[in-house]
Design a protein around this ligand. Sequence first.
Ligand code: SAM
Length: 300
Amino acid sequence: MAEQDAPLAPGLYLVATPIGNLNDITLRALDVLRRADRICCEDTRQTQKLLNHFQIATPTESLHEHNERERATSLVASLQAGARIAVVSDAGMPGINDPGMTLTAAAIAAGVAVFPIPGANAALTALVASGLPTTEFQFLGFLPEKAGQRRTRIEDLAADPSDSERTLIFYEAPHRILDTLADLEAVFGASLRIVVARELTKIHEEFLRGTVAGVRTQLASRDRIRGEITLLVQAPAINRAAADPSTATASIAERVARLQSEFSIDEKEALKRLARELDRSKSDLYRELQREHAARRKRV
Ligand code: SAM
């Protein structure tokens, strides 16, 4: 019996859908959506367009962030009774910054089979074409919307460097991208390497690659920034030479400590003097100092 003729096994199917280009639907996704008993959708109207396009008549119902917890109990009961339920979000992989995680965990806890049906996902699609490191990466979803919380989150990331280079992946809204880039520049410095991946898989797909300062200037010159954005950041690795005071090139921490003891000044004043000496900004040096402290803490 061909696979598509065999009845669909009972269970929960997490089905990826396109992130912009309908041709990115997979044959398996279409097959599962066609043969499932029902499809739980983040937004039934949105999914209906996809189903109409592919002439799929499976009933739909809604499963979104506000009802997922409450709906999970009855959905799991149906699954235990042998239902085949597909879950889709508006775009991409369900469960990735989209509904699906709570129901999946409940289904697993109840001993129900869960089948991932892979496909498009904005984070990985952006990463592979970014030109930034792919060996190690960290997906961080959306940054906080509030300016203060966003800045703190970025500072925390800068204070927690990795041993090797890695790429940080964020989802970002077009009306917040300039503020986020300004924060990244202030915390990591103007030469931080970033990529803004916009409108992936769509007609106006665009990759802006370069330093955070350069990309920010480029975007700021536009009348309006539109479309969906995935932001990638090449997080600097720990600079072991700078963090090790035994090397010939003294670290910022060591130079600050020397100034403090030589002139009996506090750290703030020492940083100010060092900034003048090196012709660098005080805040820049302060961030480097924090990174060194973090790196040292990490090594002990
Ligand atoms: N579940 C989806 C996935 O697997 O990628 C992500 C859903 S999340 C709510 C939506 C965000 O993903 C958008 O705000 C944007 O940051 C990013 N995104 C989605 N589609 C995109 C695209 N075509 N190009 C760039 N980023 C995209």
